[in-house]
Design a protein around this ligand. Structure first.
Ligand code: AMP
Ligand code: MG
Length: 488
């Protein structure tokens, strides 16, 4: 039974729409294992009926039956504005497998589709598949992706594309938007049921405290503060941080027009519908905090059970104010790691900030710079490092390198050990937009080999993989500005 509330005001039984002549585009045997799905010898499930299930054409295999697929109602704030009811417009929850929920994205219309067609295109399904698994390999909390199934069915977006279904997996897909939904309906009974479910299953530590809902709010907020710090540390931009896209388990969910930074640009916007840059790289922490404020107001009626409204507001405000400190602490820890600093020193924050500013000014490749920083040796002089050549203002980067080398003298580890440690923090391979784009273009010609290659590389983002060295290169000139549309 999927982990969700029951009842017509919460969810509706929804059967997937058939997808004609489906075929495998991508499949993750690791995720299959996670949900206890038996694999054959050919990298695909043992039971071929799974292709039909994951396409939305069937609800049972030899040993599995999904008797009540559902879609759920949620509401939310989009681009900072209350959008009212949204809901799973193109996601259908098939059911539970081994404690994980299995959801089909793009399996046709639901009662919450509004003006949409309930479908997803091949392009966006491949992006979601690759990025979910890449994020997992980077150690970042995320929903997982089991498969992409393609079809020749036409789907109209800016141009005509073909349909695909991405099967995704998470312990729960409950969002801030689910809380906002019941709060907007002033349905405190449902709100309470939702919070209790969440506590029972995922936040048992809150059950024993006096103020269980306040505690729950703080835990959710902490998880999301840490999550966004992790995004910043690998240069991940989500693209649509609307409150309906924010998991209450602190997972990265709803991959759409996301993008990883190539060059460090604080103002980088990856979603071409984001005209004001609300979801730009540097604004993500602030926006996540804003989303936690949405959650706080949705949870207010729960905090107010048994106390005055004024006191409840004060308590929530104080809890919300903890976010920046949790974020800042996590961010500093992660960036210390990126610089290979194990000892804590008062000047570290300034040192990191100076570096990022210089990288931004010179548009230095974010991933490759940190990877190469591991090659610096304690006995080097600034002029000996290759890194300085990427900067426009050589004098100021030399000054920074000189301070960094001085700082390294406080570290206990030898150069090689520090490098090893840094290489486990600073990935060599990320899902750069131009890489995803070339895999997609091949897949659109029915060649899925590049999807498989990228998938294999991104599973080991911290390994050198010398045969794939070219996949760590910055985008070639001309491919730099792949902006991704929201219409997926
Ligand atoms: P997103 O920005 O992808 O999170 O989508 C925002 C809302 O629009 C969610 O409620 C989605 O379920 C819905 N939605 C997005 N694309 C479609 C589509 N093709 N058909 C129906 N609903 C959609
Ligand atoms: Mg969404």
């Amino acid at each position: 039974m999927p982990f969700t509330l029951r009842g017509g005001d919460v969810c509706q039984t929804t059967f997937p729409d058939p997808l004609p002549n489906p075929y495998w585009v991508a499949f993750s045997s690791e995720v299959a294992k996670l949900i206890d799905l038996k694999m054959g010898n050919n990298r695909f499930p043992c039971d071929p009926q799974w292709l039909e299930v994951l396409a939305g054409n069937a609800l049972e295999t030899a040993d599995m039956q999904f008797s009540e697929p559902i879609s759920t109602a949620y509401s939310g704030h989009q681009f900072g504005v209350w959008a009212g009811q949204l809901g799973d417009g193109r996601a259908i929850l098939l059911g539970d497998m081994n404690g994980q929920e299995l959801q089909l994205k793009g399996a046709g219309m639901t009662p919450y589709s509004r003006m949409g067609d309930g479908r997803a295109v091949l392009r966006s399904s491949i992006r979601e598949f690759l990025c979910s698994e890449a994020m997992y390999a980077l150690g970042i909390p995320t929903s997982r992706a089991l498969s992409v199934v393609g079809s020749k069915q036409a789907v109209r977006r800016e141009t005509i594309e073909t349909a695909a279904v991405c099967a995704r997996v998470a312990p729960s897909f409950i969002r801030v938007g689910h809380f906002e939904h019941f709060a907007s309906l002033q349905n405190t009974v449902r709100l309470k049921e939702l919070a209790d479910l969440l506590i029972d299953r995922f936040y048992p530590e809150c059950a024993t405290t006096k103020d269980r809902y306040l505690h729950l709010f703080k835990e959710v907020s902490n998880r999301n503060a840490k999550l966004v710090a992790q995004w910043q540390s690998v240069g991940f931009c989500h693209g649509v941080l609307n409150s309906d896209n924010i998991s209450v388990l602190g997972l990265t969910i709803d991959y759409g027009p996301f993008g990883f930074l190539d060059q460090l640009d604080f103002e980088h916007i990856c979603n071409h519908s984001d005209h004001g840059g609300r979801y730009a790289y540097q604004r993500q922490p602030q926006i996540m905090h804003w989303n936690m404020a949405c959650l706080a107001s949705a949870m207010l009626p729960l905090i107010a059970l048994g106390r005055s409204m004024e006191e409840s507001q004060q308590l929530l405000r104080a809890a919300l104010e903890e976010f920046p400190a949790v974020y800042a602490h996590e961010w500093l820890t992660l960036f210390r790691g990126k610089l290979g600093l194990q000892v804590q020193h008062d000047g570290d924050l300034k040192l990191i900030e100076r570096l990022l500013k210089a990288m931004h000014q010179s548009q230095v490749d974010f991933t490759n710079f940190f990877r190469a920083l591991g090659d610096v040796r304690k006995a080097d002089a600034p002029s000996m490092t290759q890194l300085r050549n990427q900067f426009i203002d050589i004098q100021s980067i030399d000054a920074w390198l000189s301070d960094y080398l001085t700082r390294l003298q406080l570290e206990v580890l030898e150069d090689m050990d520090r490098k090893d440690l840094m290489n486990r923090t600073n990935p060599k391979y990320i899902l750069r937009n131009h890489l995803a784009q070339s895999a997609i273009e091949k897949a659109q010609q029915d060649d899925f080999s590049e999807v498989s290659t990228l998938f294999a590389i991104l599973k080991k983002p911290f390994d050198e993989q010398p045969e794939y060295d070219a996949y760590s290169n910055p985008p070639p000139a001309g491919a730099q500005k792949v902006v991704v549309s929201c219409s997926s």
